[in-house]
Design a protein around this ligand. Structure first.
Ligand code: PRP
Length: 216
């Protein structure tokens, strides 16, 4: 495909996008406009490399990529697993490292052990469902929350939660602990399947440059 076409990137807003732009800078792709914290602009262009970046809510990144509105997305593995979109995962960027875990008060360990029908609160109902139904073969009731999930067991909405644990301080400060680990997480690069074919040279070259930078 023509070198004139922009390669479009959807970045999960926030820390992940900042880390990603730092990494791109290290391989010589800068986007000065994006550094202006007061700007409400959503799309940023690097004319030299013909790259276009936009910021989106994390869970929407795989959607933009599946539909081809973005060729490439950078998003956490948690979101990729939860959204389960038709995209290729091509690179582990090695930052945003954390774990998806079942957490709760220590007393909930017995409920897990005995496969009791418990209530599980989570921002990630699909991950929770897959873990309990397909991996543990335990029937549970899943309650979808949108944040501050640790409240679940504290106010007796649920017995346990399925959530991201990074430093563990949110759990500690609320008297909760990791009861079971589901999987490790980090930032990943995803690609639209059609872009992968049509732009294979540019995408492969970019992935190789990033890979080289990541091992330094
Ligand atoms: C995430 C996650 C935990 C917390 C874990 O929440 O859902 O609550 O971070 O981090 P820690 O182990 O370092 O304490 P986030 O801050 O994204 O906000 P949310 O609870 O509103 O989803």
């Amino acid at each position: 495909m023509s070198e004139d076409r922009y390669l479009t990137f959807a970045l999960g807003k926030g820390r992940l996008a900042n880390k990603t732009m730092e990494l791109f800078e290290q391989i010589g792709i800068t986007c000065e406009e994006m550094k202006d914290k007061n700007s409400r602009k959503l799309i940023f262009v690097n004319e030299e490399s013909k790259f276009r970046f936009f910021l989106a809510k994390g869970p929407d990144v795989p959607t933009y990529v599946e539909y081809g509105a973005a060729d490439i997305g950078i998003v956490g593995r948690d979101t990729i697993l939860e959204e389960n979109r038709n995209v290729y995962e091509v690179l582990d960027l090695g930052y945003g490292n954390c774990r998806m875990c079942v957490c709760g008060p220590a007393s909930a360990l017995e409920l897990l052990k005995h496969h009791e029908r418990i209530r599980v609160a989570s921002k990630y109902p699909n991950i929770a469902k897959d873990y309990f139904y397909n991996k543990k073969h335990q029937t549970v009731d899943i309650i979808k929350l949108n944040g501050s999930v640790e409240l679940g067991p504290l106010v007796e909405l649920s017995d346990v939660i399925v959530d991201i644990v990074e430093t563990g301080s949110t759990l500690r400060e609320n008297g909760l602990e990791v009861l079971e680990e589901i999987c490790p997480l980090s930032a990943r690069m995803i690609v639209n399947p059609v872009s992968m074919q049509m732009e294979s040279e540019r995408i492969k070259e970019l992935v190789n440059r990033l890979r080289r930078q990541l091992v330094i």
